[in-house]
Design a protein around this ligand. Sequence first.
Ligand code: RIB
Length: 308
Amino acid sequence: MRTQPRIVVVGSFMMDLMSRTPRLPVPGETVMGGPFQMGPGGKGSNQAVAAARLGADVSMVVSLGRDYFGDVAYNNLVQEGVDVGCVKRVDNVSTGAALIMVDEKKGENMIVVAPGSNNELGPEDVDRAKGLILGSHCMLVQLEIPLSTVEYAIGLAHDNNVGVILNPAPGRPLPDELFQKVDVLTPNESEASAITGQPVVDVNTAGRAARELLARGCRNVVITLGAAGALAANGDGVHLVSGFNVKTVDTTGAGDAFNGALAVALAEGQSLLDAVRFANAAGALCVTKVGTAPAMPSRREVQELLAR
Ligand code: RIB
C-alpha cells in the first residue's frame, strides 16, 4: 500500500485576473480580449492544490491580506483539503494578484505578478511552521515570496533531512550556497536561462544547463520543456522523459501541476524518472483546461493518461 505523502508548500497565493486574446499585445498596444475570468492562483497555492488533488496530505505556509482575495484564497485551500493552520493574514496589505493574458490560439501566456501580501512572508513564519516542515516528506518552494524566506526555509528543511524541491519561478539568479541544499531543482527553459546566464532553448542547451546546475551542487535537476516533456539529470546521467500529446488550451499553471505531482510521486518513493513521467502527465492534463488551480488534474485523470 502507498503511504500517504506529507508535503508542505512554503509559497505564494495570487488572485488570477485573466483574459484570453486572439494574440498577445506588443508594448504600447491595446488588444481586445475575451471574457474576464478570475480565480485562485499563485505558484505556491497552485502546487499545493495539485498535490492535494493527487492524494497527498498538504499544508501551506502563505501570507494573505485581510481582504476579499485573501478570503477566496483561504476558502479555496480549505475546499481543496489543504491544511491552513500556518496561513498568515496581514492587515493593510493587499493579497497578491496576477494579471494574465492567454493567446487563445497557442495557449501561451504573459503574466505580471503584484506580490502584495506574499512579500510579508518572513523567516519567523517559517519558524512557526517548523513542526510541520520537520514532519513532512518533502517541502516545495517557489520564488514568488522574498528570497530571504526561501533561503531560510530551505536551510531549515535541509538541516533536518526534509527533501527540498525548489521550483525557481519566476526565474532569477540565485546564490551559490542554495544549490547544495536543494534535492530537486525544477526550472523551465527561461528560468534555467535566468539562473545560468546561458540561453536554454532546446534539449541540447537544457542538457548543458542541467550539468552546470548539478556542478553547482543540486542533487537532481529537472528542466521542463513544455510539450516535449522534461530533462531529468543527476549523478546517473541526463535523460529526456517525453511529454504527452494533448490539445493545448491554456498553458498557465502547467508548471505548477508538474511540480505538485513531482513532489507527490517522489514522496511516495517513485524513482526520479517515474516521478517525472507522472509529473509530465499532470502538466499535460493541466494545459487542456482553462485557468490555474481549477485546472489541476485528479489522480484518476493522471493514471488514465499514464495508462493510455
Ligand atoms: O504558474 C502560474 C501562476 O503564476 C499563476 O496562477 C499566477 O498567479 C502566477 O503566479
